[in-house]
Ligand binder design. Structure first.
Ligand code: SF4
Length: 347
């Protein structure tokens, strides 16, 4: 099976490179593919769609044009730039890594994957992407797009969550990389591009695919059966109160001390066991209040679903800092799970 796979892998570069050069999309990080630009774009693209990333990327690079700027940036400014992208540990790791690059690599990202992987938030995939795209090295980068394309080409039934399979594929693909330089950069991106534009998750466009001549999934009509995913884990459901506590100074905001989104700003919230809104407010020392309105919405994390009851409450004093709506909009970073609560003000 592996031998047969490798025969197919060897035929990919020749078939894909010219297709990529004719069909590649214009994307902001492709305009000037410096190591810093590729790094930022790759981290943003994890778990986030290309269309959503474009605007964030452009704003981020304008605000923080160099590794040194990222290393020196205030955390609140960084999180504000990231607001809405989710998975905020990515932003924190970016800054930790930028500080290491300034300290240990003279402010320039290293070009070899082993050094890249010493940096926070950079694993096999991101190291391969930076080394090949930005430095033209013979290093594969195996993400979900690449796994989908290769498992369809080879009809490989190994579940894509299998870490050993990913490692094997990374090594096997690296073996078939073209010679160092622009071809390597383009080959990595050609696999991403084919997965995004042609070998799409639901509807692979096999008729216009440059790899149909070597694709077993296409030839045997099995493409849609791949990749094989492990059974989905049920999400844990939590009931959560989110309080829009309005005081004369503005709306209360505090830092989350535990659980999901730990360390991020929030409108004061409470996971509900047997509490009532009144008992939670009393626990915070808030006794004199008026509930203006309440609204329900949901927010989905990777393994958890929040059923949120947002309560807009007017009161005098609260044991938290308070900010005006303008300040919240311009300077305070708020995860989407909380920010959507503001819609209650407009309803
Ligand atoms: S022929 Fe179809 S299944 Fe095979 S790689 Fe191309 S789009 Fe994917």
């Amino acid at each position: 099976m592996r031998k047969r796979n490798e025969t197919i892998l060897r035929q990919i570069p020749a078939a894909l490179l010219s297709w990529y050069r004719q069909n590649k999309r214009t994307l902001p990080w492709r305009q000037a593919p410096t190591p810093y630009h590729i790094w930022i774009s790759e981290i943003m693209l994890q778990q986030t769609r290309v269309e959503a990333v474009k605007e964030y990327y452009t704003r981020f690079i304008q605000a923080l044009p160099t590794v040194a700027d990222l290393a020196a940036c205030k955390e609140e400014e960084l999180l504000k730039l990231w607001e809405g992208l989710g998975y905020y540990s990515r932003a924190r790791n970016l800054q930790r890594a930028a500080k290491s690059v300034v300290l240990y690599f003279d402010g320039e990202l290293p070009s070899d994957t082993e050094s890249l992987k010493t940096l926070a938030g950079i694993g096999d995939y991101t190291a391969g992407a930076i080394a090949s795209i930005a430095f033209g090295k013979r290093e594969a980068a195996v993400d979900g797009n690449v796994l989908r394309v290769i498992t369809r080409l080879t009809e490989d039934p190994t579940p894509v969550s299998d870490a050993a399979y990913k490692k094997y594929l990374q090594a096997a693909l690296t073996e078939v990389y073209p010679k160092e330089g622009r071809d390597c950069a383009d080959f990595t991106q050609s696999l991403f591009e084919l997965g995004a534009l042609v070998c799409k998750p639901q509807n692979p466009d096999c008729k216009s695919c440059p790899l149909q001549g070597i694709c077993r999934g296409y030839q045997n009509g099995t493409a849609r059966s791949f990749p094989v995913f492990p059974p989905k884990r049920e999400k844990r459901i939590e009931e959560v109160f989110v309080f829009l506590l309005q005081t004369p100074e503005g709306f209360a905001i505090r830092r989350r001390e535990s659980g999901v989104l730990k360390g991020m700003n929030e409108f004061p919230s409470q996971t509900v066991w047997d509490e009532t809104p009144e008992s939670v407010l009393n626990e915070w020392g808030v006794y004199d209040f008026t509930e203006v309105k309440r609204k329900k919405y949901t927010h989905i994390f990777t393994h958890i679903k929040w059923n949120i009851t947002c309560l807009w409450v007017r009161t005098g004093e609260v044991p938290f800092d308070a900010y005006s709506l303008d300040e919240i909009e311009e300077t305070i970073s708020l995860p989407t799970a909380f920010k959507q609560c503001l819609s209650i003000l407009a309803d």
